[in-house]
Design a protein around this ligand. Structure first.
Ligand code: THG
Length: 368
């Protein structure tokens, strides 16, 4: 039996919901209290298409928390362990949000969009509440809002050709994780070379619903010969590529150091953020567990909750995401495992879900 998500104002639709329903969205998930398409023709078919062609992704769920005002930089830095003191106003920064214990509350991209305004492009938790709480508690002079901005991602190897047809050759000069304004029919759209896939592409920050729909239709019309299709973040592609998913692979009981995000954690004396002293201690002592990749010698797996992982009867961690990978021809998993059991040289016999599975423990991203 199939089941449906009951729509309401609380589970928000997006400016593109009508289009993707017309084009045959198969399932949704909910992310930031909003509809996120989860499949169109099926997980594997969507995966093969994404790796070869170009897809339009309605990722409106990547909400922007806008921090504006004289204390905007202070507040934004207070929330993230990444050093933003040298942030440029045309670059995206992957910047984990931490609490006072150094635990991860969110893993957004952060962009300085003007001298006193930041956008925090969030994953699935209510960062706006944390920001407001801190601003009130610390008496900061900022205005915190969620503007009507609905990102549309154009992903896949043919995204470059498609975007060139709409925005001209100049868009091809945009470097990875850089952003700039580009014109379409008298409207300037902020566009970044980014997106939650490893297949290349762009994210268009749509700040006008009507113009956004016109742009959506133009991308669709101009991409016919490229086999453009609606799409969405793909579980298989993102696991193969090692893109971590907050709420799945990491949660608010984990620190960035346990999640292998060390390069986004600053211990610079001049930088002040919540959880810094705790993270400093953890860095000195070393973590006791961390995220690893698992290559599981089975042909099928599907998770709806984390699964405990046992080795010789002992609980050594938990499996947080997994799928069958056509590229690696085995199942791939992302798991939090005690460092005492990181064994990168020989396969182990692990017990997961009452099944003995020969498993290779590897680093993330996976390598062949
Ligand atoms: N785009 C935008 N907002 C987002 C996401 C996005 N918000 C939610 C979620 N995704 C945030 N998390 C991520 C995680 C990984 C990446 C982007 C956002 C990513 N990482 C690159 C990688 O791992 O190869 C590069 C990281 C780096 O080196 O800085 O792209 O996708 N707007």
């Amino acid at each position: 039996m199939s089941s449906y998500i009951a729509k309401s104002t609380r589970v928000r639709s997006t400016p593109f919901t009508n289009r993707i329903e017309e084009y045959g969205v198969q399932s949704y998930t909910v992310y930031n209290h909003m509809l996120l398409p989860a499949s169109f023709k099926g997980l594997e078919e969507d995966y093969y298409h994404l790796k070869k062609n170009v897809q339009l992704w309605d990722v409106s769920v990547e909400r922007q928390v806008q921090i504006k005002g004289p204390d905007a930089s202070l507040l934004t830095q207070l929330m993230t362990c990444r050093d933003l003191s040298q942030a440029k106003d045309h670059v995206c920064y992957y910047a984990p949000i931490t609490d006072d214990q150094g635990k991860i509350l969110n893993d957004p991209l952060i962009m300085k969009v003007s001298s006193d305004t930041w956008w925090i492009s969030i994953s699935d938790t209510d960062v706006i509440l944390y920001a407001k709480g801190l601003a009130i508690g610390q008496n900061l002079d900022v205005e915190i809002t969620e503007p009507n901005v609905n990102p549309l991602a154009v992903q896949g190897p043919k995204s470059f050709e498609l975007m060139k047809r709409i925005f001209g050759e100049e868009i091809l000069n945009l470097k990875f994780f850089h952003f700039k304004k580009f014109n379409f029919e008298d409207h300037n759209f902020l566009i970044a070379r980014s997106g939650w896939s490893k297949q290349g592409g762009f994210e268009i920050y749509v700040d006008d619903d009507q113009k956004g729909l016109e742009l959506y239709d133009a991308l669709y019309a101009k991409g016919k010969d490229l086999d453009v299709r609606p799409g969405c973040p793909n579980l298989i592609e993102r696991i193969e590529g090692g893109l971590l998913s907050y709420g799945n692979d990491m949660n608010m009981n984990d620190t960035p150091l346990e999640c292998g995000l060390d390069s986004f954690v600053s211990f610079n004396d001049e930088i002040n953020y919540l959880g810094k002293s705790v993270l400093q201690k953890q860095k000195e002592k070393g973590v006791t567990r961390s995220l690893v990749g698992l290559k599981l010698q089975i042909n099928e797996i599907s998770l709806t909750k984390t699964l405990p992982v046992f080795y010789k009867g002992e609980l050594i961690g938990d499996l947080r995401s997994a799928c069958y990978s056509p590229q690696f021809q085995c199942c791939l998993g992302i798991a939090m495992i005690n460092v005492s059991h990181h064994n990168f040289t020989e396969p182990l016999n692990l017990n997961i879900n009452e099944q003995e599975i020969t498993t290779e423990i590897t680093s993330i991203p996976f390598t062949k």
